[in-house]
Design a protein around this ligand. Structure first.
Ligand code: NI
Length: 250
């Protein structure tokens, strides 16, 4: 066999191995439900008929305050994955959420994609946010959600050493897509809603500048999501109920 054919075959094998490796890394880091880099909470027990509402990227006013008003009116506990820079800007809003019985989580300081980020950068993003939330609300979070759901090598050792659990999601209203109005967001969030779901919504819209954030469609969708879930016999619970057995640190 001519040498160039052998070389060609070797390159093809190497090429497909590379493609498979890239696909594996993509899956491990980028698919919200993947457990390859570390254990993450994706959903609670399906038998429970309980669901959890989560809001990412805030606080952002007036939307976070409006969401808190809706939650209070409907007696729904929720979880807010806050960006540290937004908590530093609006500490009183984070404080209000905690005072009203909601859970605060860490969503990094500046909402970067964690692909190719070194351990020092990951630590800095997480630690500054832990401190900002503790300063604002009196208690540092026990839960973390990475921006865009993307995990990277080195993230999980940092989470473990801070006693943080990665919380992903199993359901969403795709409220970050500007083409969706409140009705579409509610329909999408309810379409595949199952017992044990962790529902992803947004009270902010990273990486927009604060003045450009518009989470009004999420605010508009929220009452219909709450009422629709309750009509399905589902109960909104604090995220703690889903964390038993998932937490990797005491
Ligand atoms: Ni986010």
């Amino acid at each position: 066999m001519p040498a160039d054919v052998v070389t060609g075959g070797g390159a093809a094998v190497a090429g497909s191995a590379l493609a498979a490796g890239a696909a594996f890394i993509y899956y491990a880091c980028s698919v919200p439900t993947s457990q390859i880099l570390g254990r993450a909470l994706v959903r609670g027990p399906r038998a429970s008929r309980q669901v959890v509402l989560t809001f990412d990227d805030g606080p952002a006013e007036p939307f976070t305050g409006q969401i808190l008003d809706v939650l209070r009116r409907h007696h729904v506990p929720a979880t807010f994955f806050c960006c540290g820079k937004n908590v530093a800007r609006l500490p009183e809003v984070a404080r209000r959420a905690a005072d009203e019985g909601h859970t605060l989580g860490n969503h990094t300081w500046s909402h970067p994609l964690l692909y190719f980020k070194g351990r020092r950068r990951i630590e800095d993003e997480i630690d500054r946010t832990q401190e900002a939330i503790e300063r604002a609300a009196g208690r540092a979070p026990m839960i973390f959600r990475p921006p865009y759901g993307v995990r990277w090598f080195g993230l999980f050792p940092v989470l473990r050493s801070r006693g943080l659990t990665d919380v992903q999601w199993s359901d969403t209203g795709y409220d970050w897509k500007t083409k969706h109005d409140g009705r579409a967001i509610a329909r999408l969030a309810l379409a595949k809603l199952k017992p044990g779901a962790v529902i992803l919504l947004h009270d902010g819209r990273e990486p927009l500048e604060p003045g450009a954030v518009d989470a009004s469609t999420t605010v508009a969708a929220l009452p219909a999501i709450i009422e629709g879930a309750r009509r399905m016999g589902l109960e909104f619970v604090p995220i703690d109920r889903f964390l038993a057995g998932t937490r990797t640190h005491p």
